[in-house]
Design a protein around this ligand. Structure first.
Ligand code: ATP
Ligand code: MG
Length: 660
């Protein structure tokens, strides 16, 4: 691996950026001593996060590690997530404040005040009860980003029924497997949604799914499309709006849930393989997402906040729905895509709604960069105070583009590393405290302990690459994989005997994240990508991110993915590259790419072949699927491609790889 100084040399420009004074002056967290406080008083200090919530009864113990790695948090405490996200804001005199602001695909808008949200959540909770949903029953939700989705989530939480949201872009087959595996007997879906302006039938996908499920499922259908698609309510299904009308004005007492009771089940994106059914508990999860929404996203009730993720992924659960609503913020919901009707759609929405905080993914930022700065420049983005990113490593050039062209050089960027399994953010800067280093996520948050270890589990030196691990439990952590405790342990945990540097006072188990990373002398963690994405070239091991970052630094390159393919000399680096609009992949660009990689990483890593493509293959959560590119480079069968969002690109890639 190249060391940290090489990486820094590549950043070209200052490697540390201090948060702007104006931001710091108003930030929720500004005292650097917070790291020390968490260290001194761990785990009791996590009560701070729990104290952001209203509890029906206090906990007896902050952390119980008796049955580690099945850790328990705020044990004995009781609370209700729906009460915390809705009722208490109504009671605190903010019933007329906007809770949800929705931007639909065809530029429709809808606003729900906290009072509106209270009313509809109660009515739908009453309807679910009438349909037979009881505390502990898993309810599957299969909808695009429409207000009825968070409303259904909160209605489930109100009556203690865990939800399992399945991303609407997944196939009927994927939905069927998830319903079957979770033995869910209830489904809330909708008739359809718009794709690039055309009505698309979701109900028929749901019907296909149910054909393959062995048990009976009662469904509710939201009429999203009105006259654009005949609204079919048949067999065991009921119409959402009819149900609301039947229960108009109903009030359902929020059920007091044990802190450790299941709040929801969520399947991972499936970037590296079969999705895992991750379980999250009510108390610890809600405490951690509320705390990080406050300390990292810097949210206050006065803010208009927008996370552009889909609610069907963990980012949407934690930072569109639960975190922001627990704090009483106005949270935006966006159903559409970033380039419809035009490529300034995102910035038009930011301007019109005077969005304060914006949170998105590197895949989106690289697309914005590809389209060009003229789109954000068309709009007044001065309302923005803070920017965030999540989902993949962000290369310094994209980071700087975001900082300059979206943030106007005045907004800190939080590069937040976390996973479905961690529930909430784990590694990132505190924007009112820490300097930023483009390309590096930052230090672990207060109360979180990370370590980079080698294959034998021993901590590596500063700036050396290894496996990212977490050496102490945290409140929002995954409790188990649905119905599979054994796989839960096997997949993530290293036994205390093999994890000598973990905190032995709390069980001593080490959580293995499955990502490659390195930690610098300031304790900043740079995530290098999946362990599976580590390249081995001529006996050198290096992260895909190092080579890709160097390629993307070339003017005119938008995105790059590198893999090791079979070449004349054994194993060669293959680079798949997409360019910014207008630029074709010519010889000059090839030479610049090779030159950059030779300079930044070393000659051995210079791509032997560069394949230009209009798009890289992405999973439905927007991550590059390197496994597929590797198969193409090696001329091997492609394997399972059902997690792909753009399967049509496969043909083009194969063709291009052959020609080159
Ligand atoms: P599966 O586990 O099924 O393969 P997945 O890991 O893509 O799917 P998620 O839980 O949605 O599912 O993604 C978490 C992963 O995303 C992390 O393990 C990491 O690889 C990547 N990631 C998230 N945030 C960042 C970040 N800020 N920097 C680098 N990588 C990140
Ligand atoms: Mg994962």
């Amino acid at each position: 691996m190249t060391d940290r100084s090489d990486l820094e040399a590549r950043l070209d420009g200052p490697d540390r950026i201090a948060p702007p004074d104006e931001f710091v002056q108003q930030a929720n967290v500004t005292d650097p001593n917070i790291y020390h406080e968490f260290e001194q008083n761990w785990p009791e200090v996590w009560e701070r996060a729990a104290d952001l919530l209203d509890w029906d009864s206090e906990w007896d113990d902050v952390l119980v590690a008796e049955d580690a790695p099945f850790y328990e948090w705020f044990v004995g405490g009781e609370l209700n997530a729906s009460y915390n996200c809705v009722d208490r804001h109504v009671e605190n005199g903010r019933k007329n404040q906007a809770a949800l602001k929705w931007e639909g695909k065809l530029s429709e808008t809808r606003t729900y005040t906290y009072q509106d949200l209270y009313r509809e959540v109660n009515e739908f909770a009453a309807a679910l009860r009438e349909l037979g949903v009881e505390e502990g029953d898993i309810v599957t939700l299969y909808m695009p980003v429409v207000p009825e989705l968070p409303i259904a989530m909160l209605a489930c939480a109100r009556i203690g029924a865990p939800h399992s949201v399945v991303f609407a872009g997944l196939s009927g087959k994927a939905l069927g497997t998830r319903i079957e595996r979770s033995a869910s007997e209830f489904l809330v879906t909708c008739d359809g949604y718009y794709r690039r302006g055309n009505a698309f039938n979701l109900k028929s996908k749901a019907d296909d799914a149910l054909l393959k499920v062995d048990h009976d499922v009662t469904s509710v259908v939201v009429d999203r499309l009105g006259d654009a698609l005949p609204h079919v309510v048949d067999g065991d299904s009921r119409d959402y709006h009819d149900l609301l009308a039947e229960h108009a004005g109903a009030v359902v007492e929020p059920v007091a849930r044990d802190a450790e009771d299941l709040l929801f089940l969520m399947y991972t994106s499936g970037t590296t393989g079969e999705p895992k059914g991750v379980e999250h508990a009510t108390g610890g999860y809600l405490a951690q997402v509320a705390w990080t929404a406050q300390s990292v996203l810097d949210l206050t009730p006065e803010d208009t906040y927008w996370c552009s993720a889909d609610i069907g992924w963990i980012t949407g659960h934690s930072y569109i729905v639960y975190g922001p609503l627990a704090l009483g913020t106005t949270t935006m919901l966006y159903e559409g895509s970033p380039d419809y009707p035009d490529r300034d759609r995102i910035w038009e929405i930011v301007e019109r709604n005077a969005v304060d905080v914006f949170y998105t993914a590197p895949t989106a930022i690289r697309a914005f960069m590809k389209w060009g700065a003229e789109y954000p420049e068309r709009h007044d983005l001065s309302s923005l105070r803070l920017l965030g990113t999540v989902g993949e490593p962000i290369n310094p050039r994209a980071w700087k583009w975001y900082y300059e062209h979206v943030g106007g050089g005045e907004c800190p960027i939080v590069d937040t590393w976390w996973q479905t399994e961690t529930g909430g953010m784990m590694v990132t800067t505190l924007p009112g405290v820490d300097d930023m280093k483009p390309g590096s996520a930052g230090p672990p948050l207060p109360g979180i302990d990370t370590e980079v270890v080698d294959a034998a589990g021993a901590p590596v030196e500063d700036d050396a690459a290894g496996y990212l691990s977490i050496t102490r439990p945290w409140p929002g952590m995954v409790r188990t994989l649905h119905g599979d405790d054994e796989r839960f342990i096997e997949e993530y945990w290293t036994h205390p005997d093999e994890a000598p540097t973990s905190d032995q006072s709390d069980g001593g188990w080490r959580y293995d994240a499955g990502d490659g990373a390195m930690i610098d002398e300031d304790g900043y963690v740079t995530v290098l990508g999946r362990i599976d994405d580590v390249l081995s070239v001529d006996g050198h091991r290096l992260g895909t991110m190092e080579v890709e970052s160097s390629i993307v630094d070339v003017e005119g390159v938008a995105e790059a993915a590198v893999v090791v393919g079979a070449g004349a000399g054994g194993s060669d680096v293959f680079a798949y590259v997409s360019t910014e609009s207008g630029r074709t992949g010519d010889q000059d660009l090839r030479e610049q790419i090779v030159g950059n990689v030779e300079r930044d990483v070393g000659e051995f890593a210079a791509p032997a072949r560069i394949v230009f493509t209009t798009e890289l293959p992405k999973t439905r959560s927007g991550k590059i699927m390197r496994r597929l590119l590797e198969s193409i480079a090696r001329g091997e069968p492609l394997g399972d491609t059902s997690a792909l969002r753009n399967p049509e690109i496969v043909g083009e890639l194969k063709e291009a790889a052959r020609e080159d």
